[in-house]
Design a protein around this ligand. Structure first.
Ligand SMILES: Cc1cc2nc3c(=O)[nH]c(=O)nc-3n(C[C@H](O)[C@H](O)[C@H](O)COP(=O)(O)OP(=O)(O)OC[C@H]3O[C@@H](n4cnc5c(N)ncnc54)[C@H](O)[C@@H]3O)c2cc1C
Length: 339
């Protein structure tokens, strides 16, 4: 289960050249209890690497939980799915659609593994994982037991969950439980979907796939991790002041009264599309995506990310926070405060 080739380049979709001291690939949850976490030192749990960037060689252990299996239980009004952490998310969406269990189509084409989906409560086109997640099975390092965490215990928020806070580095997701109601209600509030008239789940899926393919660079062709920054959320007063200055500014009112702004639009307004520092570049079509275009290294990417943040701050007085996990030599790092 311990690998000899510890290159991380092909294990992260940003594909920076980096090595790990040790890499442990796991096929079965039972193998988790054979790891001596006490003496392991620094470790990082890695799924598909589509939200993780290794800026340097990592002096620690990479753990890859690659457990497989999908179990479907049909209830009167819904389908219950128990999905192992190593299953690919997009393949799960296709699997459900092929078996006439709709619901996940707005989340089509999000790369990565099902085990990572709760970490940032993946979301797209008005739908988040939290809408369907019933539980998360969690290997708790302190006790060596697998606990079932309820939806409430997961504390899902916008690109957020308990796994980024109280439970950070305290365990490993083994499986997730989803409930898909049989009464399907399409979520069509987002631009691109709102034009659809009484669509089938397959039409929603096809439209989401087509929009994403036209907007987002394929990481296999241009290495990237999707949205580099989170969309900032502001209060209504702040939004109203901004929209007076920028009448065309896209905005998404939230159920709690706050307003989500489009980070990509803010970056675009600063004229940063195509901006390049070393081998890192802001994508020329989608400003929220930073890309590895030309043998990028970790410093190029940090310089570009800091440049984007400070320019957006100077223009809009808004601080963009990364959506991605940036991993340095000894663990996760945060971007420097804007001065
Ligand atoms: C082109 C592109 C488009 C994207 N679009 C979207 C989008 O629309 N919406 C969205 O929300 N995200 C999007 N993403 C981001 C990414 O796909 C998601 O965050 C995804 O859930 C990451 O999965 P992964 O397996 O690749 O995670 P990784 O990068 O491997 O890990 C991400 C985090 O999860 C942790 N983790 C992984 N597996 C486990 C586990 N079993 N137990 C505990 N912790 C674990 C890691 O430690 C890390 O903190 C996009 C990425 C790309 C490249």
């Amino acid at each position: 289960m311990t690998a000899t080739n510890n290159s991380l380049q092909s294990l992260s979709t940003f594909a920076l050249p980096a090595m790990a001291d040790t890499l442990i690939h796991l096929d079965q949850p039972e193998q988790l209890s054979t790891i001596d976490f006490q003496s392991l030192g620094a470790f990082y749990v890695l799924g598909g690497g589509s939200n993780s960037i290794f800026l340097k060689d990592y002096s620690g252990t990479i753990i890859q939980p690659d457990f497989k299996g999908i179990v479907v239980d049909e209830l009167e009004h819904s389908w219950m799915l128990h999905v192992a952490a190593g299953e690919n998310w997009h393949q799960l969406v296709c699997y459900c659609l092929e078996r006439n269990m709709p619901g996940l189509e707005n989340l089509a084409l999000i790369p990565g593994n099902c085990g990572a989906a709760p970490i940032q409560n993946i979301g797209a086109y008005g739908v988040e994982l939290a809408k369907f997640c019933q539980y998360v099975d969690w290997f708790e390092i302190a006790t060596g037991n697998i606990r079932r965490l309820s939806l409430q215990e997961c504390q899902f928020g916008y690109r957020d969950s308990v796994f980024k806070h109280a439970l950070k580095n305290k365990g490993i997701i083994v499986a997730i439980g989803l409930e898909l109601p049989k009464q399907w209600q399409p979520e069509l509030s987002y631009p691109g979907l709102s034009e659809l008239h009484q669509p089938t789940p397959k039409q929603v899926f096809d439209t989401v796939v087509a929009i994403r393919q036209s907007k987002l660079p394929n990481p296999d062709e241009i290495p990237n991790v999707g949205s580099f920054f989170k969309n900032p959320v502001v209060d209504k007063q702040r939004y109203q002041r901004m929209v007076t200055d920028y009448p065309g500014m896209p905005a998404f009112p939230q159920p709690d009264g706050l307003v989500k702004l489009a980070a990509g639009w803010l970056i675009d307004q600063c004229g940063l599309k195509g901006k390049k520092i070393g081998g890192a570049a802001v994508h020329h079509r989608q400003a929220l995506v930073l890309t590895n275009v030309d043998n990028c290294n970790g410093q190029d990417l940090l310089d570009l990310a800091n440049h984007v943040r400070s320019t957006v701050y100077e223009t809009f007085a808004i601080t963009l926070e990364p959506e991605v996990r940036l991993i340095g030599q000894t663990g996760e790092i945060t971007l420097e405060p804007i001065v």
